[in-house]
Design a protein around this ligand. Structure first.
Ligand SMILES: [Fe+2]
Length: 293
């Protein structure tokens, strides 16, 4: 692959990670406030390339939150018991146990999904900061749902353009998270099933993206679960080809921003019993997905 660097000023450089997805950003210390011009360049790169990678970042939870807020208002996760004490905007993803309690959400999804897609206004994106991670395992995979949609046969694209996916958080939780404490009635009531178009238009660029996952999408509207899931699993298998993916091998200090409207992501396994992994995540609120036309 030809690596085309884009230099926007003397310091900031964007380098593509793969053909379809990902861009490594160098020359930026995220702990320092960025000019509006540089921030706009970062936003544009995110909307075009779906995943941005920053190395060697050392910022406080407050700096993480302040930077995240420049993209839009933040979500506080439905699992408030895993938020950083005093910082409800930071969701902790970790297998670490302190004082007999998990400090964060553990056993993160090993299956492709888009964060909070089950909400009426799903997440615009997530910003992960790696504090601790094992070497050589526990990577995060991303796949470009722009590229996936564009590569589908025309007949399948036309079929999907007319479909709505039913996203159901409680259904997923009860089927796949026996390892977590059960949801409270209040948590269940805050996440009823709802539908989004199976193909959405990216709100900033208008580019079409497939907006489905086997994790949260229970069915297509008007179709049985089993029939729907057969198609959804086929599509996710298709999306799981290496040519659409970027696999991030974490190093402490890495910050990754991804656009939940145009990528799915999943965690790869690691030795959860012995290795330590601790990540801080902010989640930026998005808008209601719009039907692609
Ligand atoms: Fe996630």
């Amino acid at each position: 692959m030809e690596v085309a660097k884009k230099v926007f000023n003397e310091e900031v450089t964007f380098t593509p990670a793969t053909q379809h997805i990902g861009s490594e950003v160098s020359g930026i210390d995220l702990a320092n406030p960025l000019s509006e011009l540089v921030f706009k360049q970062i936003q544009k790169e995110l909307y075009d390339r779906s995943v941005l990678i920053f190395r060697d970042q050392n910022w406080s939870p407050d700096e993480h939150i302040e930077f995240s807020k420049r993209f839009g208002p933040l979500e506080n996760h439905v699992l408030s018991n895993y938020c950083l004490p005093g910082h409800p905007e930071i969701f902790v993803v970790s297998n670490i146990i302190e004082n007999g309690k998990h400090v964060g959400a553990f056993g993160g999804s090993k299956r492709y999904h888009s964060d909070l897609s089950y909400m009426k206004e799903p997440s615009l994106g997530s910003i992960f900061h790696c504090l601790e991670c094992p070497e050589g395992e526990g990577e995060t995979c991303f796949t470009s749902m722009f590229a996936v949609y564009e590569a589908l046969p025309e007949e399948r694209k036309q079929w999907l353009l007319k479909r709505m996916g039913v996203h159901d958080y409680v259904w997923n939780f009860e089927n796949h998270h026996n390892d977590r404490p059960p949801l409270t009635d209040e948590q269940k009531a805050s996440t009823p099933p709802l539908s989004h178009p199976a193909v959405i238009s990216h709100p900033e660029t208008g580019r079409k993206a497939l907006y489905l996952s086997a994790v949260f999408v229970r069915s297509f509207e008007g179709m049985e679960d089993a029939e729907s899931q057969k198609i959804i699993y086929e599509l996710i298998d298709f999306a799981s080809q290496a040519k659409f993916e970027y696999v991030h091998r974490w190093t402490p200090g890495d910050v990754i921003i991804w656009d939940n409207r145009s990528v799915l992501h999943k965690a790869l396994p690691f030795d959860e019993k012995n290795a330590r992994r601790r990540m801080h995540r902010t989640t930026i609120r998005g808008s209601r997905p719009s039907l692609a036309v």
